[in-house]
Write a protein that binds this ligand. Structure first.
Ligand code: ZN
Ligand code: ZN
Length: 375
């Protein structure tokens, strides 16, 4: 093992550069820390946006930020205070780290996903280095153990947590009404309900899998006309793919029937607000996408407001995920793998060496989930 430096991919915002460079090998600095060998790192739109310098802040004192927030690693060294892990364990880290303020109840309660000051940091995104490097050090409270049989798909845990945190909030919000028919069994909770997923990227497809497993009749509404590989994948898990290029919203609504839940994973306002107009009575609409700043678009605000009130609808925006969402994602991935081994494998459309970073981060987006294999 090299104790000096290691390879890393990151951004140098002041120079507007994306580069492969040498980064100092990290060492344990607290008893509850672990050293982890990076195995795989997923690439997503967030990484690509950081590479366009839309956001992404280096840690204080550094002129660069190591990228990567969707990681799978193997524990290689543990501090004397580590109780929950041993060398050889597979782990997936969470992304957000708490702010330092005593008056932030969320962070003090390990719910930095709801940080109320905005002074949180995020590994690979905001003021903390990410995982697109050979080793990283992390405190045990920010790690989640993954069973060995999930090694080939565990890099999907982090993108799946988007849906897990969304669903956790949907169950909470819909407790306002007898929505779940009193059912507590997971496979029954969505039974008799219809969910629509907007977008067929990794967050949308993994979300559709979580919705199907939770009993929802699930539709994925996305741009590409059929036939296409994403549509085939969606249809193979028992959801139904419908293209918005060939089926306009009104016709889509007619085919789908009453919509109880919309899970937005497309990051486009136009289609999202159009679909909001066909959300059903007592329905809930969850936004997870982050559109770029652009010119305002017209929406029928009065009729939308009227509808939200008269139909008891709830709109939720959600970002980042807590420990519970990671636990749920790991549990769900095991279910997905058992139920749809082939489809789940197809979500990862490419595995690449670190040296290919340029094409992956700056080239045209292709496939569903591209992964960098390091270890
Ligand atoms: Zn991501
Ligand atoms: Zn906070």
């Amino acid at each position: 093992m090299n104790n000096g430096s290691m390879k890393a991919v990151g951004v140098i915002p002041a120079k507007r550069e994306v580069a492969l460079f040498e980064h100092a090998m990290p060492h344990l600095s607290a008893p509850t820390e672990l050293k982890i060998k990076t195995l795989e790192v997923g690439i997503c739109g967030t990484d690509r946006e950081i590479c366009s310098f839309a956001y992404g802040t280096p840690p204080c004192g550094s002129d660069y930020l190591v990228l990567g927030h969707e990681a799978l690693g193997e524990v290689v060294e543990i501090g004397p205070g580590v109780t929950r892990f041993k060398p050889g364990d597979l782990v997936v880290p969470t992304v957000r780290r708490p702010c330092a303020h005593e008056h932030c109840p969320s962070c003090r309660d390990a719910r930095q996903d709801f940080c109320s000051t905005g002074d949180f940091t995020e590994r690979g995104i905001k003021m903390t280095h990410g995982f697109m490097t050979e080793y990283f050090v992390e405190d045990q409270v920010h790690l989640n153990i993954v069973p060995p049989q999930l090694r080939d798909v565990a890099v999907l845990v982090e993108p799946l947590t988007v849906a897990e945190k969304a669903l956790a909030q949907v169950w909470q919000v819909q407790q306002r009404l007898p929505w779940t028919n009193g059912s507590t069994s997971e496979a029954e909770r969505g039974a008799g309900k219809t969910a629509v997923v907007l977008g067929a990227g990794p967050v949308g497809i993994l979300g559709a899998m979580a919705l199907v497993v939770s009993g929802f009749k699930t539709f994925v509404y996305s741009r590409s006309p059929e036939p296409n590989p994403k549509a085939d994948l969606v249809n193979s898990i028992g959801a139904k793919y419908i293209s918005c290029a060939t089926t306009p919203v009104a016709e889509f609504a007619r085919q789908v029937g009453r919509i109880d839940l919309v899970y937005e994973a497309v990051g486009v306002a136009q289609i999202s607000f159009e679909v909001m107009t066909v959300l059903g009575l007592n329905g809930v609409f969850v936004f997870t996408g982050i559109p770029p700043h652009q010119a305002a678009i017209p929406i029928a605000a009065d009729s939308l407001m009227r509808q939200l009130v008269l139909k008891n609808q709830a709109i939720i925006g959600t970002v980042n995920a807590d420990h519970h969402a990671f636990t749920q994602a790991i549990r769900h991935l095991a279910v997905f793998k058992q139920r749809w081994p082939e489809a789940l494998g197809k979500v990862i459309t490419g595995r690449h060496p670190l040296e290919n970073y340029r094409a992956l981060l700056l080239g045209k987006a292709t496939g569903i989930k591209n992964v960098i294999t390091i270890g």
